[in-house]
Design a protein around this ligand. Structure first.
Ligand SMILES: [Mg+2]
Length: 318
């Protein structure tokens, strides 16, 4: 596959999306009544059993789940506990809906991990107020989460987020015995750039390179993060050395094409990058640091060879 013919895909947006509400209730009439009350808050999904609800929550990651307690099979409390125990669903807020209005039931709901409690028969203004509150809580939590993952200067993902993602990808690729690729990118003669143009322009340069690398990625799951200083790191899922040999020059070319003047560069009149790339099938014995080490050595080699170029690590993970 040629680098310039990689399939395009829509970039994951950092902006908050519209709310998604999932109603889990065995009674279609209850689902209808609830959805009429909350449908103007966002998209409403529904499931008529605990098991189907959990499956749907995993797939659609709703902001809020309205969960009936009295259901055949798994009751609402159990569904709630399972949703809160699973990493992929624990982020959804849960409001328990039940016809039992007693302190004990309310306590059980909260202990199971629910954020709030609504009793039947439904009181329309109360339901709407509680749903609105929980959606707001979720939005604030999401905003905090994004801030925690973001690099303040460039707006792309930060090192902390990268560390979490690469550990996750490592395990996933290990399970699937697939090659995971990494690229370490360094802006050439960046200190000289700062000295020549000043720190404000230096910051602007880093923002431009960060955006350029983000836009250069074409395949789902590829993620670029600021690794520190003028270094960036890119996670390349399902990528072997053959692909790296195409991605390396593609990245270098994209940054060169920005044509950011760099009078103090010894290798070009524009801002350029050096890139070190490595790939391998993760093993149980080692961790992502092993792959990062290989990419780092390759980057060192690219710099030693004269910068404005890439090197793919020849040695793979053992
Ligand atoms: Mg029921």
């Amino acid at each position: 596959m040629q680098a310039d013919s990689l399939p395009s895909y829509s970039k994951p947006s950092l902006a908050p999306a519209a709310s998604v509400i999932l109603i889990i209730d065995d009674n279609p009439k209850s689902i209808k009544a609830l959805s009429l009350l909350v449908r103007d808050f966002g998209e409403v999904l529904f499931a008529t059993s605990g098991a189907a609800g959990i499956a749907m929550a995993m797939k659609s990651k709703p902001d809020l789940i309205l969960l009936d307690v009295e259901m055949p099979g798994m009751n609402g409390y159990e569904v709630c506990r399972q949703l809160k125990a699973d990493l992929s669903t624990r982020g959804s807020g849960i409001i328990i809906v039940t016809s039992h209005s007693s302190v004990e039931h309310e306590v059980e709901a909260l202990e199971a991990g629910a954020a709030d409690f609504i009793t039947k028969p439904l009181n329309a203004p109360l339901v709407r107020a509680r749903v609105k509150t929980q959606l707001l809580v979720k939005k604030q939590a999401d905003a905090l989460q994004r801030l925690a993952e973001q690099d303040g200067l460039t707006g792309i993902y930060n090192r902390r987020y990268f560390d979490e993602q690469v550990a996750q990808e490592w395990r996933r690729h290990q399970r699937q015995r697939s090659p995971l690729g990494l690229a370490l990118v360094d802006v050439d003669y960046f200190k000289a750039y700062n000295d020549e143009y000043g720190h404000q322009d230096g910051d602007e340069c880093l923002r431009s390179v960060a955006q350029c690398l983000t836009l250069a990625l074409r395949r789902p799951g590829e993620q670029v993060a600021r690794y520190g200083g003028e270094e960036f790191v890119i996670i390349l899922p399902y990528t072997d050395n053959v692909e790296l040999l195409k991605i390396g020059p593609w990245l270098c070319e994209q940054v060169r094409n920005l044509k950011i003047p760099h009078a103090k560069s010894a290798v070009a009149q524009w801002v350029t990058i050096s890139a070190g790339l490595a790939s391998g099938i993760p093993s149980i014995q080692s961790g992502p640091d092993h792959l990062l080490g290989l990419a780092d050595k390759a980057l060192y080699q690219a710099k030693a060879n004269g910068r404005n170029q890439f090197v793919v690590a020849e040695k793979n993970l053992e």
